[in-house]
Ligand binder design. Structure first.
Ligand code: MN3
Length: 235
């Protein structure tokens, strides 16, 4: 390539990066696409790759937070879960829903570990998927159900915000669907999951400080607002 055209491309891409969503001009592919070793090791459960570049949600969520959140925190839940169930071949055949939906069937000595880490693995796997189309509003049947259940999408946002802000300490605000088909918004402590009661998570706000502290520090209210206004996505 001629030197001049190289600089032209460079100039264009730097201009583009100012106007396009960062996911479009992201320079680094997700870790899983770089041919690096898997971040989780050994066992039936594995860390799903982040379905977007770590900087895709900037300026709302910074790349460093995203990388640590996925590569360290989520990976730890997967590794801890695999380690806990390693001596139990029957548990290794179960899905996350089967493990979490019937914790009584998990031996008492690993029950809390499985609850926390299967919950963490499930919650974060859903989270990455729901951040893939930042700002995409609910459509069709779901949009109508939200209107019918909460009054409007604006009221749904208020409910999510209230729920997330009302959590003391670490946990999640989950929007999901119950076994009866009805939509719900509910706070969950720690890494508890709607799967524990056979419900289906649709969109969650992670209010653990690891999800936002580097950028938003103590301002959980700013982070919750940006989650709801800027990055919530319904595909
Ligand atoms: Mn988290």
């Amino acid at each position: 390539m001629k030197r001049r055209s190289f600089f032209q491309i460079l100039l264009c891409s730097s201009i583009a990066s100012r106007f396009l969503p960062s996911s479009v001009v992201a320079t680094e592919p997700p870790v899983a696409q770089q041919g690096l070793p898997r971040l989780s090791e050994g066992g039936p459960f594995s860390l799903p790759p982040l379905p977007f570049a770590p900087n895709a949600l900037e300026p709302y969520i910074d790349a460093q937070t995203m990388t640590l959140h996925h590569d360290k925190h989520h990976a730890a839940y997967v590794n801890n879960l695999n380690k806990a169930i390693a001596p139990y071949p029957d548990l290794q055949k179960k899905s996350l829903g089967e493990l979490l939906g019937n914790l009584d069937a998990v031996p008492a000595e690993i029950r809390t570990t499985v609850r926390n880490n299967a919950g963490g693995h499930s919650n974060h796997s859903t989270l990455w998927k729901t951040l893939s189309n930042p700002g995409k509003k609910p459509e069709g049947k779901l949009a109508k159900e939200i209107d019918d259940t909460f009054g409007s999408y604006e009221k749904w946002k208020d409910e999510m915000s209230k729920c997330a802000m009302g959590i003391f300490g670490s946990g999640w605000a989950w929007f999901g669907r119950g076994k009866d088909g009805k939509l719900f918004i509910e706070p969950f402590p720690n890494q508890d999951s709607p799967l524990m009661t056979g419900r289906t998570p649709i969109y969650g706000i992670d209010v653990w400080e690891h999800a936002y502290y580097l950028k938003h520090q103590n301002r959980r209210v700013d982070y919750v607002k940006t989650c709801i206004e800027n990055i919530a996505s319904f595909s």
